[in-house]
Design a protein around this ligand. Structure first.
Ligand SMILES: O=CCCC(=O)C(=O)O
Length: 319
């Protein structure tokens, strides 16, 4: 068990960053046993970190009590082998409450989900994230998406703030992200972490690597860990052979998956959860306001996973 700082444990991950789904029983109640099995399976498959109760984990749908139970279960299942990062969101008061619940549950860090509803200005967003980082001993990764879009100047200020160790981009504006990476590199000494945090981050992995962002979140790891691991190995090889495998997986699996995911609102969560069920673990449905994917889309997902696995034979031995 290591007590190394979170940033050093995430900087060069030995495997994918795992964003588990949250399991519910037939009655819609939290199913901790199945959630534990899902987390255990991801760790045994090679996850380098567990990001519990984040977007894919339906942070928005959990009560504070359920949130703390899930984070504690993830901490227990990892047993210090890999870090557990927990979501913390809504307005500052609630985000701080979630942060304290995560700290009590033994989490190693926080992923700062966007504030709720309001489209705040930069001054308010900076106050929000710095107050969240000051509220507990947990380091914070700021998550840019939806109503939480930051200017490069704001990220420079946050990179200087105590307890803010990284920035996860879920927006996908490469011009903005390049200007942000450049501004922080020019003005803040140290090694700030950046993550490609798009819903299916592997699709744009090479583009983000081109601007120096090599860390990414993997939702595919939830339901097709073998495909996500093959991608991770090839992507991190940084060789022409590895990049050729990356492109084969993008062409034959990730692009068609992203195009399928685009067919339904909330599919970045509900289709991933259906994929976990296809793999044999009954994690239950999504909670409202999300809805279940159409049967034909789930059938197509099963076909895509088989198509992706067929590509793994080609990748064997390449990386
Ligand atoms: O690529 C996966 C995105 C997962 C994520 O960012 C989240 O669950 O919050």
């Amino acid at each position: 068990m290591t007590s190394a700082p979170l940033a050093s444990r995430l900087r060069v991950p030995s495997g994918p960053l795992f964003f588990p789904v949250t399991a519910y029983g037939p009655d819609g109640a939290l199913d901790l046993d199945t959630f534990r099995a899902h987390v255990r399976g991801g760790i045994e498959a090679g996850a380098a970190a567990v990001f519990a109760c984040c977007g894919t984990g339906e942070f928005h749908a959990l009560t504070p009590e359920e949130f703390q139970e899930c984070v504690a279960a993830a901490v227990d299942e990892t047993a210090g082998r890999v870090p557990v990062v927990a979501g913390a969101g809504y307005g500052t008061a609630l985000a701080v409450r979630y942060a304290r619940l995560a700290e009590e549950a033994g989490a190693d860090g926080l992923l700062a989900m966007p504030p709720y509803l309001v489209v705040a200005g930069q001054e308010g967003l900076i106050r929000h994230y710095t107050e969240l980082a000051a509220a507990t001993s947990l380091d914070v990764i700021v998550y840019q998406r939806d109503n939480a879009v930051l200017t490069p100047e704001s990220v420079v200020e946050l990179a200087r703030a105590d307890g803010v160790i990284g920035f996860k981009d879920g927006l996908g504006d490469m011009d903005l992200m390049q200007r942000t990476v450049s501004a922080v590199r020019s003005e803040v000494p140290g090694d700030f972490l950046y993550f490609n945090g798009l819903p299916t981050a592997e699709l744009t992995g090479l583009a983000y690597r081109g601007i120096g962002v090599t860390l990414y979140s993997s939702a595919v790891f939830c339901f097709a860990p073998d495909i996500a691991l093959a991608f991770h190995r090839a992507f991190n090889a940084g060789t022409p052979e590895g990049d050729a495998v990356v492109n084969r997986l993008v062409d034959g699996f990730y692009r068609p998956f992203v195009e399928l995911r685009a067919l339904g609102r909330g599919y970045a969560v509900s289709l991933v959860k259906a994929g976990v069920r296809l793999g044999g673990l009954d994690v239950g449905p999504v909670r409202p306001p999300l809805h279940e994917p159409a049967d034909e889309h789930v059938k197509r997902l099963a076909e895509l996973v088989e198509q992706g696995r067929a590509l793994l034979g080609d990748a064997k031995g390449t990386v």
